[in-house]
Design a protein around this ligand. Structure first.
Ligand code: ZN
Length: 499
């Protein structure tokens, strides 16, 4: 085939895959938002067919031949086409290496395991879930060999979510957190109780107005973004012209949805900022860690910033006049940045959050390298919570069974939450070199920050690997110290609250 024909075939393949993805995303979004409860059956038939068609479109000899031919003249290709070919070849090879029967058996297992996990959590019955987790760990160890036969198994699993990430990098980050952060938590012991306004009633209707205000403040164009309500907040992007976020409103905890909207809008801005040239191609994606980097930058570095909270305070008083009556900007800063070691990851504050992840990281690493048996997991979990957070769960439901990730087969995913926060701190450090960040945040002026991110991160999608992207944007390799320093500063700010 001529090069022009090969490139045309490459473009067509990606557009067609994208179309299937678009359809499947629509169905998923619908199922999470307004589809009636009894609609699962018909949907899963439709999704199964679309999935199968999309698989057949990609995994076949014709596609393999096109990609191989393009790769053989890679030096002559432009960077975007070369990178598309590289990513698609990698994906195709990986999909071919996993034996089909194993993949089918694994999909069934995960389906069943999520159900078993839900029941086990409800009944506080870890032994009922244990055999499923044992099989998932076995599968994951085997899959690691298919994903990257030359890598250590846990590194191979990490790289499914963040390319080039390794245990060495994470060990460095987590040991720094353990050394600096764990002793600092002593300083926030014996804080006064949470002020009443945090759990005062704020109507959902008013909270919806707050969401619209925040999305506007963050520059989400209403012509290209929308918000819906779901059990758990998430972001789903169809393309740069259509990005959806969701939130969950709690009448007695307005800060919960406020931070969800800021977080998800951070994800949305990434998708809205990807360039026109990469739309509909394999480049229109981002690494899990870098995506989380954008959401955490807005949630942590912007949303929890004292200057930004002081700026936001009058708006909150206007929307929630009863709840916020007599509450000063300073009181809002202190309440939003309360630090309390707790049992549940999803309710953790910014400072103790990484310690929750550290527990999961250490345990899954040991399960994959075979030094921790699943049967010993609850005990190991409780011991690490005691060591790092100073709290011990009284039930497995509040301990090892609290998250769905392992039941879904997501081993190697948790660390990207902390990696994202660390990327966010490093990006903000780079932004501070060129922009008066404090001043901007205190005026609620976020556009210059978003413009910087768009220029240095968002537009590229996955044209570069995440570590290369970080290097290009900040002029440095990964520097975890910025994150650790940021958290220490939050402890400092917090201890000023009740002196
Ligand atoms: Zn997120």
């Amino acid at each position: 085939m001529q090069r022009m024909q090969l490139l045309a075939a490459l473009k067509k393949l990606q557009l067609e895959r994208h179309a299937y993805q678009h359809a499947m995303n629509s169905i998923e979004f619908d199922s999470e938002t307004i589809a009636p409860r009894g609609s699962a059956e018909g949907r899963s038939v439709a999704l199964g067919i679309l999935n199968q068609k999309s698989y057949e479109l990609f995994v076949n000899d014709e596609v393999r031949a096109v990609l191989n031919e393009l790769w053989s003249c890679k030096e002559e290709l432009e960077l975007p086409e070369r990178r598309q070919t590289e990513l698609l070849r990698e994906e195709l090879e990986k999909m071919t290496r996993i034996p089909k029967e194993e993949y089918v058996a694994y999909s069934q297992l995960v389906n069943e395991a999520t159900e078993k996990w839900r029941n086990a959590k409800e009944a506080n019955d870890f032994p009922a879930f244990r055999p499923y987790l044992e099989r998932i760990v076995d599968f994951q160890r085997r899959f690691a060999g298919y994903y990257a036969p030359k890598k250590k198994p846990y590194d191979a699993l990490l790289n499914e979510y963040e390319k080039n990430l390794s245990v060495d990098t994470l060990d460095g980050l987590f040991s720094m957190l353990r050394e600096k952060l764990v002793p600092l938590l002593e300083r926030v012991k014996g804080q006064p109780p949470e002020p009443a306004f945090v759990s005062a009633r704020c109507s959902v209707d008013r909270q919806r107005k707050l969401s619209a205000y925040l999305m506007g403040l963050m520059g989400l164009d209403p012509a290209h973004s929308a918000i819906a309500e779901t059990e758990h907040p998430f972001t789903l992007a169809f393309n740069k012209c259509d990005v959806r976020i969701t939130t969950h409103y709690h009448e007695n905890a307005f800060l919960s949805s406020m931070y969800s909207v800021i977080h998800e809008s951070g994800h949305a801005l990434y998708e809205l900022g990807m360039s026109d040239e990469i739309q509909g191609t394999a480049l229109c994606e981002a690494s899990t860690g870098m995506h989380e980097g954008q959401s955490r930058l807005y949630e942590n570095m912007v949303g929890h910033d004292p200057g930004f909270l002081r700026f936001l305070s009058p708006k909150l008083s206007e929307l929630f006049p009863e709840a916020m009556k007599g509450v000063s900007g300073e009181e809002l800063v202190c309440a939003a940045n309360r630090i309390v070691p707790s049992l549940l990851r999803t309710e953790a504050d910014e400072v103790t959050y990484p310690l929750h992840i550290m527990v999961r990281y250490e345990l899954e690493k040991r399960m994959i390298d075979g030094t921790l048996m699943v049967k010993d997991l609850p005990e190991a979990w409780n011991e690490l919570y005691r060591q790092y957070l100073g709290v011990t769960p009284s039930t497995d439901a509040q301990g090892v069974l609290q998250d769905t990730h392992w039941a879904c087969g997501m081993i190697g995913y948790f660390p990207t939450y902390v990696l994202g926060s660390a990327y966010a701190a490093q990006l903000m450090q780079a932004i501070r070199r060129v922009l008066p960040v404090e001043e901007l945040l205190s005026k609620g002026s976020l556009a210059p920050i978003t413009d910087w991110l768009r220029e240095h991160i968002h537009q590229y999608g996955c044209l570069y690997e995440p570590d290369q992207l970080l290097q290009r944007a900040t002029g440095e390799g990964f520097v975890p110290e910025y994150y650790v320093r940021h958290l220490c500063q939050r402890v400092e700010e917090r201890s000023n609250c009740y002196q």
